[in-house]
Design a protein around this ligand. Structure first.
Ligand SMILES: C[S@@+](CC[C@H](N)C(=O)[O-])C[C@H]1O[C@@H](n2cnc3c(N)ncnc32)[C@H](O)[C@@H]1O
Length: 274
């Protein structure tokens, strides 16, 4: 995503599939977390918290943990403003933070028991740097729970359009984690975690996760909302780009029974800071 960040309204309207998937992952570990922490108060930070809905409606509402401090962090000002306006309170604050850079002053003195991150880290090019920042936010023994998109048809779309829209899409790969383009991403990610001082508790590679976008209208909106190149384009080019995105999507999905069901590969993992 670009300096202007995400369109918050569009994002909140179209992240239903992602929210469902985040819930499935988090609830899978709810018992493990309850066994580990019981009724002890725990501190949690959600990195790439976006509009805040997953943090509030899933992590806070559905887990049976007792939280003493909860923080959301995101690099997009619009997301942070929206989250603070919608969910912010004395107990829950959302802070600007780029996890690829460093921990902001206001969070430096805090160390958390749990750090969650849903559908954020595939946007990060320098994952090793992000893992070091994540490690510095956790207490020793703290848990890092992550949902990481390994493969997305977005990468195929952008690679097909990069040349045509080259002034806006130069080095488009840098907008994503390098791992999106590697066959052995699972080994690389595990290596980075180990190098950054984590022990892997569980690593699940879901090779055929299906995301049902349901219709061309939703597919089109979903592709628009997460597009990191559009905001720099003039209006006419933007329209052409959106149309091209749809055409390339249909090409990629040729032969599929339902062109709106997208196959993704996702890594779910839990790692413990040593
Ligand atoms: C797809 S949204 C996911 C939001 C939320 N976790 C959810 O599941 O609905 C990805 C979020 O990651 C944030 N993000 C991307 N790069 C980031 C970075 N380097 N540091 C912090 N947040 C980042 C974006 O601003 C966006 O809000």
């Amino acid at each position: 995503m670009d300096a202007k960040g995400w369109n918050v309204k569009q994002y909140t309207e179209h992240n239903g599939e992602q929210t469902k998937s985040a819930k499935k992952f988090f609830m899978f570990y709810a018992d493990l977390l309850k066994d580990l922490y019981g009724d002890d108060p725990v501190t949690l930070i959600d990195v790439g918290s976006g509009c805040g809905r997953v943090l509030v409606n899933i992590i806070l509402k559905d887990s049976e943990l007792k939280f003493s401090k909860v923080v959301g962090a995101d690099k997009c000002t619009k997301m942070i403003d929206h989250a603070n306006k919608t969910y912010g309170s004395d107990e829950l604050k959302f802070h600007l933070m780029d996890v690829q850079e460093c921990v902001p002053e206001c969070l430096k003195s805090l160390k958390f028991d749990i750090l969650t991150s849903f559908y954020c880290l595939h946007w990060i090019h320098d994952l090793k740097k992000a893992f070091n920042v994540i490690s510095s936010l956790l207490k020793p023994g703290g848990l890092f729970l992550c949902v990481f998109l390994k493969k997305h048809f977005l990468a195929g779309i952008y690679s097909a359009l990069a040349q045509k829209y080259s002034p806006y899409m130069d080095n488009y790969e840098n907008k994503f984690s390098e791992l999106l383009f590697l066959d052995n991403a699972d080994e690389v990610i595990k290596g980075y975690l180990t190098e950054c001082g984590f022990e892997i508790v569980e690593f699940i590679d879901v090779k055929n996760d299906l995301c049902d976008l349901n219709s061309e209208a939703i597919m089109s909106e979903s592709l628009e909302v997460i597009n990191p190149f559009l905001s720099a384009m003039p209006d006419t080019l933007r329209k052409a780009f959106l149309q091209d995105q749809i055409e390339v999507s249909y090409k990629i999905q040729t032969g599929k029974k339902n062109p709106f069901v997208i196959k993704r590969r996702i890594f779910y993992f839990i790692a413990k800071k040593l």
